[in-house]
Unconditional design. Structure first.
Length: 123
């Protein structure tokens, strides 16, 4: 065991920017574990701002996380939908689109999906 670890998202191990300048995802890793913080700007939509990076029609990443601020709507490929807001826990399986609701950025923490998020397909 390595002991106590302290890291800050303000100096993340990696930052991935979304298409069109509509936000970013900051990733912190430690001993094989990772947590991501995404800042989705107003107007952000997965299919427009991450889909071109991922090369898929819908997000194929699972998410388990927490909405820190702002609001987001998630629509599954089968049409099921839910809105998330500040203070909400979320578990979202692969096969969805999502977008920011309103004029405030949506900030989310994710313990499962962000390690592979907003990456081009592996060759």
């Amino acid at each position: 065991m390595a002991g106590i670890v302290r890291k800050s998202f303000d100096s993340a191990d990696e930052t991935r920017r979304f298409e069109g300048g509509k936000g970013r995802m900051d990733l912190i890793t430690s001993d094989g574990d990772a947590v991501g913080r995404a800042v989705f700007e107003p107007g952000w939509q997965w299919s427009k701002h991450v889909g071109p990076i991922a090369g898929t029609d819908s997000c194929q990443v699972s998410h388990v996380g927490y909405i820190v601020s702002g609001r987001m709507k998630v629509v599954m490929d089968d049409g099921e939908s839910v809105e998330f807001g500040a203070g909400d826990f979320m578990r979202v399986p692969p096969g969805h689109d999502a977008w920011v609701l309103g004029d405030e950025p949506c900030v989310a923490l994710d313990w499962v999906g962000f390690v592979d998020y907003a990456l081009p397909p592996s060759s």
